[in-house]
Design a protein around this ligand. Structure first.
Ligand SMILES: C[S@@+](CC[C@H](N)C(=O)[O-])C[C@H]1O[C@@H](n2cnc3c(N)ncnc32)[C@H](O)[C@@H]1O
Length: 286
């Protein structure tokens, strides 16, 4: 794909894929990409959370967020293939001891237009203290998955994890030995289960927050885009991140032999994405 639209951009070719970095407001750029006929296999992003980090980049008020983000999600879905996926990571804040409900409102609004397929938990291994006496450390964030329909590209074998089943050995022995009174608490017949070393993961992804100090306050750990890119796309597919930040999604795309269009509104972070990607392949790149 080639971008010849009106916004400042930088195209970067790597052995493993192409990245196009675009500097602009995604609300405008996404409409232009739609007019230009761009299509993506998956979009993965983390928008600015309402009322957070106002000093370092634009953020929207909780009251305005649902409408604003539902409109952007429509612009994203317009450029996602019929069998593509849209994942976004967000967590509501606490204001004067009360969790805000803007994320729930947003999810309900988007699900009136698109198929809310799943939600994933990012379980953080290094949660930060909240500083509040009556609150525990905030140890997780959610990632929401939306699709056009219930049929979409999905490759769970690409994200298999080692089995943690305590009964692995005994299950192997039980295999093919007829009916047993074995239960896992569900109505599944566990005697039919074949124990494997690597199994389909749950929708809880465990990884630490990024500790990279590269001039952006909200860098994704690369494990997050890696997981969703492998789960929902194939090699040479195209990935979209409308809120580019420091460019982690683009880095994940080229590490996994995919291509990426990444949009960032701030000129400063647009330059950071380009600089970060220029380091790709060099020793100790970040
Ligand atoms: C939560 S950060 C994304 C971090 C990113 N996932 C990473 O790993 O670095 C959100 C980014 O969206 C950018 N942003 C805010 N409003 C935007 C808009 N309307 N269009 C494009 N980018 C925007 C901010 O400047 C910020 O860099």
């Amino acid at each position: 794909m080639d971008y010849n639209g009106q916004y400042p951009h930088h195209k970067m070719e790597f052995d493993t894929g192409t990245v196009i970095v675009i500097n602009g407001d995604c609300a405008d750029v996404l409409k232009e990409l739609h007019e230009l006929g761009f299509k993506f296999n998956t979009s993965i992003t983390s928008p600015p959370y309402a009322e957070q980090r106002k000093d370092v980049y634009d953020s929207i008020s909780p009251a305005d967020f649902p409408q604003w983000y539902t409109n952007i999600s429509t612009d994203v879905m317009n450029v996602v293939y019929d069998d593509g996926s849209y994942f976004f990571n967000i967590k509501e804040h606490v204001d004067k001891g009360k969790r805000d409900t803007y994320v729930y409102k947003t999810v309900i609004d988007i699900s009136e237009k698109y198929n809310w397929s799943d939600e994933y938990i990012w379980n953080k291994t290094n949660p930060f203290p909240t500083g509040a006496k009556t609150r525990l450390k905030d140890g997780f964030e959610r990632i929401y998955q939306f699709n056009h329909t219930t049929k979409y590209k999905f490759f769970p074998d690409e994200v298999k994890v080692p089995s943690t089943s305590k009964y692995l050995e005994s299950e192997k022995k039980r295999k093919n030995k007829g009916e047993h009174n074995v239960t896992n608490g569900s109505s599944m017949n566990m005697t039919k289960r074949v124990a494997e070393d690597m199994v389909r993961p749950s929708n809880v992804i465990t990884c630490s927050t990024s500790n990279l100090n590269i001039g952006h306050p909200a860098v994704f750990p690369i494990d997050i885009p890696n997981f969703f890119i492998k789960l929902s796309t194939e090699e040479n597919d195209w990935i979209l991140d409308p809120f580019g930040g420091s460019g982690t999604t683009a880095l994940s795309a080229i590490q996994n032999n995919r291509n990426c269009v990444i949009i960032e509104k701030s000129e400063q972070y647009y330059q950071l994405i380009i600089e970060r990607l220029l380091q790709y392949g060099r020793e100790n790149y970040i």
